[in-house]
Ligand binder design. Structure first.
Ligand code: ZN
Length: 77
């Protein structure tokens, strides 16, 4: 993986509950603000899709802020 996506995924793995505050703070440090309201994004949602060869691949991914805005994560070129 390249760019900001990989860091966010590592810090926001689904299923790790109980440290939401610490995790949100870590993500806030590593993440850009929400494009809609300017708050730091709190988590990242990764969708999975089947490509043309029927392999599961991650993406697209969305950053989600405290107000629930979803911002599509654009892969860095
Ligand atoms: Zn927002």
């Amino acid at each position: 993986m390249t760019g900001v996506c990989g860091r966010q995924v590592a810090a926001c793995r689904p299923g790790t509950t109980g440290d939401a505050m610490d995790r949100a703070e870590l993500v806030a440090l590593a993440s850009p603000p929400c494009h809609d309201c300017g708050e730091s994004v709190q988590r990242v949602e990764i969708r999975w899709h089947l490509d043309e060869d029927a392999n599961w691949r991650p993406g697209p991914s969305f950053m989600v802020c405290a107000d629930g805005h979803r911002v599509l994560v654009e892969p860095l070129a």
